[in-house]
Design a binder for this molecule. Structure first.
Ligand code: BGC
Length: 535
């Protein structure tokens, strides 16, 4: 018998980029000790779990997703003791901590790869080598703007090596049992240190097979189930969150269980990001038409009762448009990325507030959807205060600028002379106006609203656990749905248009305004939203 809910099914997550958060030693880079000093802020915000972006030793070609040593901490972030101190301090405040587990690839500077370049070396089979760059030609290229191929020639070995991301990130060979075992060891090491689980990076690509697109292969699923089995046996408290940028039906198997039996518990990932709904939230809002969201949610299969989706509006990467049609992608680019510099690979490298023209009503509306659609919400650092971005910075760095704490120099992020990236300082999103200190003391600020959302979400289990049923309404600008859980029924209303929308309702209690509305007709203001409990 499954005992619901598990903590992760009703949790609010916070994605924390350590370099951007707080600099404790005035070297211009955020670090683990700095993040530790800001934990009270996160506890007050009300989030339950922090997801730390990679802090491993790395040449930082892919900002730490290119790992050179899985057992350490990059010196600018601190040391292992600092990592441990951060976890302990988070736990002392009732916060859980997960971190990235990068399974698919290492840095080319990792000693395994350097050794693998010699054919006679014990590590020679740790990576995917080939005499031909035509092998696995059905696999797409992900970093389209930079990489012409998934194969790069290595002079030393006299062969090509396989990489799904930057060429400086060779893919590990999961057909090698030693590689499989290394990853178990690494996972154990970090859970021994106290981590509450992992956001497993780029999992669809672990295995390669000729004649396939090398994504979501049965071998990949089998390995990930073994990883879960190990965790279940040795670290039952820890969770696995799946990063698979795939269609909902292709994500479903990552939860494991039995696809034919919806009552069977999941035995692979506890959680999975819902990638396809994310761009559709923006699409529905800009079109003033709920259809894209309704269609993708109706296409989303049920998941085992011990699992949960993770929903998000933005993260540290580009807003990916991989899970939309070509026509939709072109439209999204036109609408949300009119400048070529705003585009990256198949996505848009911008933050939430600038994507929505800094329209407070629309920012709240999308956040309201984040908290009321099924799944555990993840907030990307800085979006809770409506931070801007810097499209002039390289790659995805434009959405990874320093956290804006107050109006002092470098936004209170660092006391260094110069910092790792310029703090946003333009007239609209600049730290002088947009910062935590100003918003904490202002009861009508976005930050205070976000705190309210989080508190209401945590107080009403139907938001996390309820079944979803869309409400039909002649005006397609109204995105309305019921969430039912045990004896509670909620009605969540979202007006995707800049005009009023009328709807007839039974008597309800408004969770955010804390008032009761008698049965009758209600007009939702432009971009208005309501979370209502049916009396
Ligand atoms: C991460 C990216 C990273 C890539 C390769 C992703 O899915 O979110 O930031 O570049 O994996 O590790």
């Amino acid at each position: 018998m499954i005992k619901r809910p598990y903590w992760y099914q009703t949790a609010v997550f916070y994605e924390l980029y350590v370099r951007a958060f707080a600099d404790s030693n005035a070297d211009g880079h955020g670090d683990l000790r700095g993040a530790l000093t800001r934990l009270d802020y996160l506890a007050d915000l009300g989030v339950n779990c922090i997801w730390l972006l990679p802090t491993f030793p790395s040449p930082l070609v892919d900002d730490g997703y290119d790992i050179a040593d899985y057992y350490g901490v990059h010196p600018t972030y601190g040391a292992l003791d600092d990592f441990k101190a951060l976890i302990d301090a988070a736990h002392a405040r009732g916060l859980r901590v997960i971190a990235d587990l990068v399974l698919n690839h290492t840095s080319d500077q990792h000693p395994w790869f350097q050794a693998s370049r010699r054919r006679q070396d014990p590590y020679s089979d740790y990576y995917v080598w080939s005499d031909s760059n035509e092998t696995y030609s059905d696999a797409r290229i992900i970093f389209l703007d930079t990489e012409p191929s998934n194969w790069t020639w290595d002079e030393a070995r006299g062969q090509y090596f396989w990489h799904r991301f930057y060429r400086q990130q060779p893919d590990l060979n999961f057909d090698n049992p030693a590689v499989q075992e290394e990853m178990f060891k690494i996972a154990r090491f970090w859970m021994d240190l106290g981590l509450d689980g992992f956001r497993a990076d780029a999992v669809p690509y672990l295995f390669e097979r000729e004649g396939t697109n090398c994504e979501n292969l049965p071998e990949t699923h089998a390995y990930l189930r073994r990883l879960r089995a190990m965790m279940e046996a040795e670290y039952p408290h820890a969770i696995l969150l799946c990063e698979a940028n795939q269609w909902p039906e292709d994500v479903r198997p990552y939860f494991g269980g039995d696809l034919a039996d919806p009552t069977a518990p999941g035995d692979a990932f506890h959680m999975g990001f819902h990638f396809p709904v994310m761009p559709r939230l923006y699409m529905a809002l800009r079109r003033g038409d709920r259809s894209p969201v309704v269609e993708i949610m109706q296409r989303t299969p049920a998941i085992p009762a011990n699992c949960q989706w993770c929903t998000f509006l933005r993260n540290h990467d580009e807003l990916t448009l991989e899970m939309v049609t070509e026509a939709e992608r072109q439209w999204m680019w036109q609408q949300f990325a009119p400048e070529p510099r705003m585009r990256l690979n198949l996505g848009i490298r911008r933050r939430l507030a600038p994507l929505l023209g800094n329209d407070r009503r629309q920012i709240e509306l999308l956040n309201s959807l984040l908290f009321t659609l099924p799944g555990s919400p993840i907030i990307y650092y800085g979006d809770e205060i409506g931070m801007g971005d810097d499209i002039w910075l390289h790659d995805r760095n434009g959405v990874r600028t320093p956290m804006q704490w107050d109006a002092s120099r470098h936004a209170g992020f660092s006391e260094a002379e110069t910092v790792y990236a310029p703090v946003i300082s333009d007239a609209v999103y600049g730290y002088q106006r947009v910062n935590v200190a100003a918003q904490i003391s202002n009861p009508t600020s976005l930050l205070r609203r976000m705190r309210q959302f989080i508190a209401a979400y945590k107080a009403e289990p139907a938001l996390a656990l309820g079944d979803l049923a869309f409400i039909d309404h002649p005006d397609r600008a109204l995105l309305a749905f019921r969430r039912s859980h045990e004896r509670t029924t909620l009605i969540c209303l979202h007006n995707l248009s800049p005009r009023g929308v009328r709807i007839d309702l039974p008597t309800t209690h408004d969770l955010l305004a804390d008032v009761t509305w008698a049965e009758g007709s209600m007009t939702l203001p432009p971009y208005g939203y309501r979370w209502l409990r049916v009396a």
